[in-house]
Structures are given as C-alpha cells and as structure tokens.
Design a binder for this molecule. Sequence first.
Ligand SMILES: Cc1cc2nc3c(=O)[nH]c(=O)nc-3n(C[C@H](O)[C@H](O)[C@H](O)COP(=O)(O)O)c2cc1C
Length: 306
Amino acid sequence: MLAPLHGITNYVFRNTLASHVAGIDAAIAPFLPVMPVEQIKTKSWKDILPENNTQWETMPQLMGNVVSHCVDTAQALADLGYPSVNWNLGCPMNQIVRRQRGCGLMPYPELIEDVLKTMGRKNRPLSLKIRMGLHHRKEGRAIIEMSNDYPLDFIIIHPRLGEWQYKGTPDLEEFAYLLSHSQHRIIYNGDINTVEDFNSLQRHFPNTHDWMIGRGLLRNPFLAEEIKGGIANPDLRKARFHAYYSGLITAIRENKGERSLLPALKEMWHYFSAFWCFSDKELYDLLRINDLCLFQDYVNKHTEIH
Ligand SMILES: Cc1cc2nc3c(=O)[nH]c(=O)nc-3n(C[C@H](O)[C@H](O)[C@H](O)COP(=O)(O)O)c2cc1C
C-alpha cells in the first residue's frame, strides 16, 4: 500500500506511478481537512474524485478533531463512493499538532474514542493511522487498548514518536507490543527502503501481511515490484525510471499547469536523487536551479544511461 505524502502523492502522481510500476495494491490519499456539511464542496476534492482514481483502490484520509465534521466529511465521501475512510492520528507537523490534530490527538484517547463511538453509531467504517505516541509510548498503548472496543477496518502503525518527526529508527519492539495487544488488522509503516529492509521486517513479523511504504517508493519506484520478486536489470530499471519521469512531467503539466512543474519536481527530487545515487552536493546544486530548462538539463546530464 502506498503511504500518503501530502504535497507529493496526489492523484497525478499516483496515476503515473500506477501506470509504470507493479506491486502496489492500494493507496491512501493525502489528508483532507474535515469540515461541516455546509462547507463541503466535493467537486473541489479533485484528489479523491472517483474519476481521478481509477487505477488503484484508493482510500481518502481525514484530518481533524471535531466529531460532527468527521461524520459530515465521511458521509460526503461515502456519497462519492468511498464507504470507508482513514483517520490521520500520526502527522507530527507542529502547526497540526498544536491544533490537536494528527499526532497531536494521541495524548487524548477520550477525544479519539468520541470519534470512534460516533462513527460506529453512524455506521461509518473507519481505519486509523497512528504513531506509537506523540511524546510517550503509553499514548499509543492506550489507543490500541481502547480501540479494541470498536469496529475498525485496520490500524496503520508507524512506530516512531511524533516528537521524533522522521528522525531515529522505528521501534520494532514497541511495534511488536502494539501488534500483540490489538485485535485489529495491523499494517506496518516506516523506513521500508530496500528489499532487505522488507525481508528483515517480514522475518521479524511473520504474521503481518500488510505493509505501507511511502518514501521508499519515491526513492525507488520499483521497490514493491522488487519485493514481490520482479528483478529488473540495472539498465532496464533506469530506462523505466526515465519513462516514469517523463510520464510524471506530462501529467503534471496537463493537470496542474506549467507553473506547478518546477516546484513539484524539486519536491520529488529530494527522493528521486537516491535512485540515481546523487551526492549531497549534486542534490544541492540541482535544487538551487530555478529555471525549468536548466533543471531538466541537469537531470538529463546526471541520469544518462551509458
Ligand atoms: C512530505 C510528507 C508528507 C506526508 N503526508 C502525510 C499525510 O498526508 N498523511 C499521513 O497519514 N501521513 C503523511 N506522511 C507520513 C507518511 O505517510 C509515512 O507514514 C511516513 O513517511 C513513514 O513511512 P515511510 O518511511 O515509508 O515514508 C507524510 C510524510 C512526509 C515525509
């Protein structure tokens, strides 16, 4: 399953990736702020309009903490054809956490329980995406314990604390604890960057069958394919990357317009640079370029297949 990366894995990105790689079964779309029914204009939710999501099974994600807004937004999504939604309890960004959203909700299991209770009563199927806590591991433990009383489709666990942001390494012992205390289907997420990472996690957690990958699939779009046994020869991999990259450029141009292209590519090259083994200096030089043609020249020169 492709992880949601706000600002990157939008429908344009997802559809292009889906046309160029195999091995990914589903995706969660980047978060959508919840809102009251009178503010909802589903036509503006381009990212999750069904006509823009015909390739993978894609699930929308909610961000927010007001119970009635969660219900209204889930209802609007159900009307669009998404019976089930994911709720973001993992985002560690300061401006989100400060407003008691995303990972900022993890210290407040009673607020989370209110949403679970109401969504359950209204027959709105829900899943969660959590970390192991914002500041303490006991926060994730409390949520896992409490959530056993409610129906959930699944829980995605990224075993870092929110205060770590993306630093440090996922705490596999804590993941094992949470896994063994949950009665729900658990999906592992965090730092699967290579086939070896995946194999080692699978050995650790033989009963886990669901895996979510984010940055690893940006760094290597063929990662899921390679995990599932598809072996690409090095030149073919590079040629396929080129085809994928030009597909992305065309799709961003068509859907988001020429002016969005350079900022979008810069965001992506933070990750794509790993595929081409750029040094820090090369990436730095690339990201400093503010002219699209020069940017593309630099990319072409540094991604030549010999
Ligand atoms: C730029 C960026 C944007 C993200 N946006 C979201 C988001 O919208 N919703 C969400 O649940 N997680 C979001 N995440 C977290 C990822 O989905 C994922 O949990 C995290 O990157 C760890 O997994 P990975 O190591 O496979 O990337 C974001 C992460 C990054 C780096």
